[in-house]
Design a protein around this ligand. Structure first.
Ligand code: ATP
Length: 746
């Protein structure tokens, strides 16, 4: 084991030297910032020094680095030995870098592993060479407690051959295994010491290109998207501001959950929001006064609660899917073309200059061509302004040519008079162009069935068009918008007025992106400079039958074409034990998805999932409460009791709160995940993780794609323990083929 490592003494000595340098730096920094100052520049410098000091005192001194990489540069044949830590540390007397920040270009070698032809990028330059050593350290209280050499692929190659065969089975290196076994709470943490090579590629992907990541449950998507923010801000601080970074996630609780890790990564001032909260603020100014937006939970009730009207469900599905689709985007664009084609007369513009009796005219066809071609990239309203300006220039050209021809020299007054007259004529002329108002236009399109039929693509059935317009009429009669109206309204605003550039993001992360609609992602893309977007999600976890992305092609081919998106997949799963993932994968096998890749759990074993069967409700609550108490006694800190629906979670809370007084009921309005014993509906577990999960009434999940996905999401949340409960005599279709040796029946 590590303590006996041949280089142990040498590495321990190196560590002690590093700590001693850090002690000097700490003393120096304390000295530097001791005195208060009025000088603004000094204040800024001191602020930054105080931050460095805090890091060195709190973390740097304790564990200055976690890894080392030895790199033999090709041309100079020089061996660089670099120690890598959470933050870079530079000696202030010699300016030598004693620890390299994990985000620095050269640190990339540490993550890509040993290789004969390794390289890293320094700006535009590519530095090539050979990675001779990749070493990980476990350090506690200034002592090295473990040294692990080699990246997984190389180790296996060296020792056993055929690395890919082993990797298929989730073989991981010892250092990562040691780190994962330490997982004993549900908080998201930084993984800078154990980022895997395929994760590193995503974190360090070029900033100007959108990236789309399909990753299985627990593959680290959320974690690496946040590490990417940290990487970007470190490497592009001249062109990017972290306060202009935006993270979109599915609910407020999840946002608080992820925000805990951001300061650790050195990016504590990024914006975070759900799509609805952010977009609702943008849409408010274009909504009619007094109108409201319906709760985002409403469709969940309609689709997941029992005894709902099937026709109503179908209508809602048709309407909501349409409003979130790229087909809707195309229909909105078609609407603008339709207005231009049918409601603008493009009359001839002409007037008589009374002083010389000269007629000045611009042909209607010329005006039409100018409008269609010259300004096609501008929003409609700005096109009108641009056209007016263009017509004025054309008229002026004609007028001055006329004056030159007559050899007339007009004085200032004469020119001003002409300009005034021209302005009046143009103002009058432009009244023939309808001024579009965003909401009125949207309402017209969505509620006029004939018009919608005319403008929607032919492959959208008449039934869908009918459902969209009749149910939207009903909704609007109650002076209500639904969440799915927001994205098309903003897109229409982009087409008519343009979106406010001041609110643009330097980089955007969209987490759990499969649950947003393609149009919502399209709107976010419009608001992100240079399409610098990181989209992460898992099609298998898309729980909304009525919305969401069904295939990443919708984004890679429908939105991110210029520049083209890079697409990545992650199949290694780090969260749950092998036993839990084996059961969860069985659920996924039951549904056919275009891009399903089953999760490969890392080789971390734990207890078998339990199936608790009860004959009556009262017995079930007792079993659940007993199990929770047992887990608490065992030291598990976060235990989630998960019902299929909101109603179910309320019922469970009521039934359990006497037996478990510390239990907290969570709903989508909650902002804080309190830890401990919680009860919540399955959709709310999205993205979170818990030590243990108890899934209530699994027989309620029906044999359809959406219920299977919802169950899969909930089953992939626990780090250590999974319990499923069913009622005796009830058929649980999604568990029907679960091999009996995959769980313990109790
Ligand atoms: N390279 C790694 N080293 C150590 N832990 C890791 C690594 N990658 C991921 N993890 C851990 O795996 C767990 C799951 O990560 P995360 O929540 O980011 O995954 P996800 O893909 O977003 O999951 P889901 O889609 O299921 O919500 C976390 O506890 C994270 O710390």
């Amino acid at each position: 084991m590590a303590i006996q490592h041949r280089d142990y003494d040498q590495e321990q000595k190196k560590l002690e030297e590093t700590v001693s340098i850090i002690d000097n730096e700490i003393a120096q920094l304390r000295e530097d910032i001791r005195d208060a100052t009025d000088d603004y520049v000094k204040q800024v410098v001191n602020f930054s020094k105080a931050k460095d000091l805090r890091y060195l005192e709190d973390q740097g001194r304790e564990k200055p680095y976690f890894g080392r990489v030895d790199f033999l540069k090709d041309e100079v044949y020089e061996l660089d030995s670099v120690y890598i830590g959470k933050r870079g540390i530079v000696r202030s007397d010699t300016f030598d870098s004693i620890v390299v920040d994990w985000r620095a270009p050269i640190a990339s070698l540490y993550y890509s592993g040993e290789s004969k032809d390794a390289f890293y990028r320094m700006g535009r330059e590519i530095v090539r060479g050979e990675v001779r050593l990749k070493r990980n350290f476990a350090i506690e209280h200034g002592k090295i407690t473990g040294i692990y050499d080699g990246a997984v692929k190389e180790t296996i190659n060296r020792e056993m051959g055929h690395p890919d065969e082993f990797l298929q089975e989730g073989f991981i290196d010892e250092f990562l295994a040691a780190n994962l076994n330490e997982t004993n709470d549900s908080r998201l943490k930084d993984i800078v010491a154990t980022i895997q090579s395929e994760q590193n590629d995503i974190i360090r992907a070029e900033k100007e290109r959108p990236i789309v990541v399909q990753g299985v449950a627990g593959s680290g998507k959320t974690t690496i998207a946040l590490h990417r923010l940290s990487y970007l801000i470190y490497n592009y601080q001249d062109t990017m501001l972290s306060k202009k970074f935006m993270v979109f996630a599915p609910n407020r609780m999840f946002l608080t959950y992820i925000s805990e890790v951001l300061p650790e990564l050195g990016v504590d001032d990024v914006q975070q929001s759900t799509f609805v909260d952010w977009a609702a603020r943008l849409v408010k100014p274009i909504m009619p006064k007094g109108w409201r937006i319906t709760s985002p939970d409403k469709p969940l009730t309609l689709f997941f609660e029992e005894d709902q009207n099937p026709r109503e469900q179908e209508m809602a599905r048709n309407r909501l899917r349409f409003k979130g689709s790229l087909v809707c985007r195309d229909t909105l664009e078609q609407y603008i073309r339709h207005i231009v084609g049918t409601r603008i007369p493009f009359k001839k513009l002409s007037f008589v200059y009374t002083r010389t009796k000269q007629v000045f005219a611009i042909d209607g066809e010329f005006i039409k061509q100018s409008f269609l071609e010259l300004f096609s990239n501008l929003p409609y309203q700005r096109r009108l302004d641009a056209l007016r300006k263009h017509l004025k220039q054309e008229m002026n050209k004609k007028f001055y040519a006329h004056l030159r021809e007559l050899k007339v020299d007009l004085d200032k007054q004469g020119l001003a008079k002409f300009e005034k007259m021209l302005d009046q004529i143009l103002d009058q002329y432009m009244t023939s162009f309808p001024r579009l108002e965003v909401f009125a236009s949207y309402r017209e399109l969505m509620t006029d069935e004939q018009l919608l039929r005319l403008l929607a693509p032919a492959d959208i059935s008449d039934e869908i068009v009918h459902d969209v317009s009749t149910s939207t009429i009903e909704l609007f009669e109650q002076e209500r918008l639904e969440v799915e109206d927001i994205a098309p309204l903003l897109y229409l605003q982009h087409l008519i007025e343009g979106l406010d550039k001041a609110g643009h993001f330097d980089h955007t992360v969209i987490d759990e992106a499969q649950d947003l609609s393609a149009l919502e992602i399209g709107v976010i893309a419009l608001m992100t400079k240079g399409h610098s977007i990181t989209v992460v999600g898992d099609i298998a976890q898309g729980i909304h039958a009525y919305r969401g992305i069904h295939s990443w092609d919708e984004l890679t081919q429908g939105i991110f074409q210029q520049p083209r998106a890079s697409y990545y997949t992650l199949s290694q799963s780090y969260r749950s034990t092998v036993e839990i993932m084996r059961c969860a994968n069985e659920i996924l096998r039951r549904i056919e998805l275009p891009e399903t890749i089953l999760a490969k759990p890392v080789l971390r074993h734990g207890e078998m999932p339990s199936l608790l069967t009860s004959s009556a409700e009262i017995e079930q609550w007792k079993m659940v409460a007993d199990r929770v108490e047992q887990y608490v006694r065992e030291g598990l800190q976060s235990i989630a009791i998960v019902a299929k629906t909101i109603q179910g979670s309320k019922k469970a809370h009521k039934a359990l709160k006497e037996k478990l007084p510390n239990i907290t009921l969570l709903g989508s309005k909650d902002k804080q995940y309190p830890g401990g014993i919680t009860v919540m509906p399955a959709f709310l577990t999205k993205g979170l993780q818990f030590d243990a999960v108890i899934l209530l009434d699994v027989h309620q999940y029906e044999e359809n794609e959406w219920d299977a996905k919802l169950l899969y999401v909930a089953m992939t949340r626990p780090v250590h323990r999974l319990v499923l409960t069913v009622r005796q005599g009830e058929n649980a279709p999604l568990l029907a083929d679960l091999p009996v040796d995959y769980y313990v029946n109790e």
